[in-house]
Ligand binder design. Sequence first.
Ligand code: PGA
Length: 253
Amino acid sequence: MSRKQLVVANWKMNSDAAFCRAWAQAFCAMPACDRETAVCVPSPYLGLMSSLIKDSPIALGAQDVNEFEKGAYTGEVSVPMLKDVGAEWVILGHSERRTYYGETDDRVAKKVQAALAGGLRPIVCVGETLAEREADRTEEVVVRQLKAVLDVVGAEALTRGAVAYEPVWAIGTGKSASAVEAQAVHSLLRMVVDSYSLLDAEKLRILYGGSVKPDNAPELFACDDIDGGLIGGAALDAQSFHKICAAQARTIL
Ligand code: PGA
């Protein structure tokens, strides 16, 4: 089964209104890509970006959401609010949220469940730290993180979203996992989904994230189990994000 690749920009806590306008204008002026694309922006700019990209194929996403629908949760943003301002996607369980804001597997699973129930497509991030990789714990960590979500929402619902394998040591460091290293973890993650449902394992898109740039995207995107990317630093530049979205997958082995 062929999966349409998906490339997602994660701006993190960067941008202002002028940046949104310039980025959208530059990206939308470039030719549409064969891959599906999305841009996840800080919450205050969702409404603005929604209007800026409304006539283009790129979809809009947020970077987090609260698991409750409404109520006394000062500072939080709900699934209906994100839908209301035009978001289709939401990044959940990013390692920066797990590390700096104490998000547990259990909380990530609840957020994924809420997102799916409210019609948002979650991008569920998993990934090991450098210490975990060096202690040979990569498999244990990513399998635990993924199963925590699958046990709550099931495999079929998750295919409406995507999973992103993001080794923490590769995020923002300029040190990407090699295509061989990434493919090995992606194939393991797909096997985990397979143990819930073979059909859904074939359907589910598993993105790679961590220092993806225009020069390493062709090699990563050529791997059997890599179905696109989640792009941080390089996505702040509309040209380089577009190059990644349009990269010709190329096997270098
Ligand atoms: P990076 O970030 O591309 O800057 O490494 C990826 C991410 O955190 O999603």
